[in-house]
Design a protein. Structure first.
Length: 79
């Protein structure tokens, strides 16, 4: 099993070069905030990501890919 600290680190690194912060909610879920550090513009904010299925590197990679895809689709919609 992956520790919550390691999980947070992997997710945060998965959004480089953008900045990402993962915080643990009181219920054990994660809040993921992806933003541009130079402008502080928030590109994505997800407030209740369950960690119960994030037990493998594949599951974590899939989550990051899904969130990146969501960010890209939002950018495309506003252009």
């Amino acid at each position: 099993m992956i520790s919550i600290l390691e999980l947070r680190h992997i997710i945060e690194c998965g959004f480089l070069p953008l900045s990402c912060t993962c915080t643990v909610n009181p219920d054990g879920s994660l809040m993921i905030k992806v933003f541009d550090a130079s402008t502080n513009r928030v590109d994505l904010l997800v407030t209740a990501v369950s960690t119960s299925n994030l037990t493998s590197s594949r599951a974590i990679a899939n989550l990051i890919a899904e969130l990146r895809s969501e960010m890209q689709s939002r950018k495309t919609a506003f252009q």
